[in-house]
Design a protein around this ligand. Sequence first.
Ligand code: AGP
Length: 588
Amino acid sequence: MCSIIGYKGASYAAPLIIESLRRMEYRGYDSVGIATIDAGNILVSKGVGKVAEVSRALGFQKMPGQIGIGHTRWATHGGITNANAHPHEACTSKVAVVHNGIIENYRELKRDLISSGHSFKSETDSEVIAHMLEESLSVVQDKVKAFVKVCSKLKGAYAFVAVFSDGTLCGSRYDEPLIVGLSNDGYFISSDVLGFLQYTDKAIFLDNKDIAVVAGENLYLYDSDGNAVRREITQVAWELGAADKGAYAHHTLKEIHEQRKTVLSGMDQNEKDLISFCDILLQAKSVYITGSGTSYHSALLAKYIFAKLAKIRTEPILSSEFQYVLDFIDKDSVILAISQSGETADVLNSVKHAKETGAKVLSIVNISTSSLARLSDSFLTVNCGPEVGVAATKSFTGQLSVIYAVTDRLCGYSLGIVSKKQAIASAIEDVLSLEDNTIKLADLLKDLRDIYILGKSLHYPIALEGALKIKELTYLHAEGIAAGELKHGPLALIDENSIVMVINPRDNTFNDVLSNAHEIKSRGAKIIGISTEPDEVYDHFINIPNFDSILYPLIEIVPLQLLAYHLALKKNADPDYPRNLAKSVTVK
Ligand code: AGP
C-alpha cells in the first residue's frame, strides 16, 4: 500500500525521488519522507501530508546527495504522525529504511531489540528492520549476510529498501513487489515500475526473497541464502503521458472521460492469447471468479454474461473470503482473478491457495508485469493505461470489455463485439455529455445521509459499483440493492425523505423494476431513473441511449461515476485521493 523507492546514480537523488513518489502516491498518501546520503551522513526529512505539500514545506528538493530512498505511507501500524512517517533510522544513524507491507512478528522482534539496548522512535512495525540491520551488521559486517539474517527472521509480507551511510543501497521483498530499474546513469529500486518509468523502461522483477545491492556503480543480485543470482531484464511498455491529468481538474474526471477510448482497448485482444485463455476456461469442471472491490463487481457481472451468452456456470467469490471456500477447489477448477493492479494481497492470496490445489489460474489485469499476471497460466490485459484516481473508473469498464471479448469468443463470436465497437464508443460519448445533468443531481443529493441504487440482473453489479463510487468519493452512505430484494427488507428504510436511484434500461427486467419504482414512490420517496425511456414514476431522469441490452452495463455506469465525482466536489472531498484509502491494497 505504501510506495518505496531507492536511487543510486550520477544524478541528484532527491528531485528524482520526489518525482517517483508523486507518480506512486496513489499507493498511500498519509505521509511522505526522504533520506539521502551526503558526505557519509544520512539526512532524513519527513512529514504528514501529500508529496507536493510536504516536499515544498520541508525543502526536499534541496537535499544533497546522489543516493537516497523515499516513501509514501498508508498507515497500518501507528497513527499518521511525523514520527511514524518513513524513512526510519537505527540508533547509530548508519542505516535508514523504507518499507511496504506488514511485519507480523514485529512485537517479538522489537521486544528483543529493546532488551539488547535499541531505542525506538516510532510505533511502526517497519522500524524493527532498521534496528535489525544495525544489530546484524555489528556481528557479520557484510550487508548481504546481514540482509539474509534479517529477512530470515521477518514474518509477513514485505518489501523494503535500506540506504547505508557508506553509500550502499539494498532492497529485498517477500510477497510485496520490488522492481529494479536500470537507467543510463544509475539504479532504482521501487515498489512500482511507475517509480522509474519516466527514466528507464529496463526493469528486473525481483523474485521472492531476492536481495538487490547497489554498491559502487554496480548492481548485484542474491537469493535468500546469499548466493549470487541472475535475473532477466524486462522491457516495460507503458504510455507514460497518460499518467498526467492534462487539462482536467482531476485524474478521476480525466479517467471517466477517457472511457470513450479505453473501453475499446479491452476488446482488442490478441487472438492467440484469447484462444488459449478461453481453452483453459472451457476445459474447467468448475470456474470461480474472484476480485476485490470494483474488480469483484466485474466478477459478478461476468457471472451473468457468461451464463446468458456462453452458457457457462461460474461462481464469483470475494477474494477476501476465497480461502474459506477452498474445499470446493481442486485440480479441475479454474480460478479467474480480476484485478486492476494485479497486486491486491487478497487476490494474490486466493490465487496462491488455489494453485496449491492444482487449479489453473486465469487473470484479467491492467498491469501485465504485475504479480498476478506472473502467477497466471494465462492472462488478458485491460490496456486502459495508468489509472491514477484511487477510485476505479476506466479500469472497471475496461475489465467489462475484456469479459465481453472473452464471452464473444466463447459463444462463437455471436455477440459480434468487433462490429459494435463504434456504437459502444458513441454511446459512451452520449452519456458523457450528460455531465451537466449529473451536476444538478449532485446538488439534490449532497445533503442526504443515505443513497440507494437499485438494479436487477446485469444492472445489479452496476448498482453495487455505483454505490461504491459514491461511498469512496463522497463519504456518503450509499447502498446498491438487487431490485427484487427490496421487499424482503430494505423497503423498511424508505420514507418520504429518501431518494432512490433506479437503473432500468429497456430489457427483460424493465417491467419488474418499474413496479419496484412504483412501490418505492408510494412510500413517499423520490425516484431518479437511469433508463432508455422516461416514465411518470421518475422525479428525475438520466436518459441513456437505446442499445444492445447485454452491453448496457458499459454505458449505465458512466453517469453514476460522474455523479460520484461531482458529489465529491460539492462535499469538498478530493476525488483523486479519498480519505483512508489507497489504490493498491497490498495488505490482507
Ligand atoms: C475501487 O474504486 C476501489 N478503489 C477498490 O475497491 C479496488 O477496486 C480494489 O481494491 C481492488 O483493486 P484491484 O482491482 O487493483 O485488485
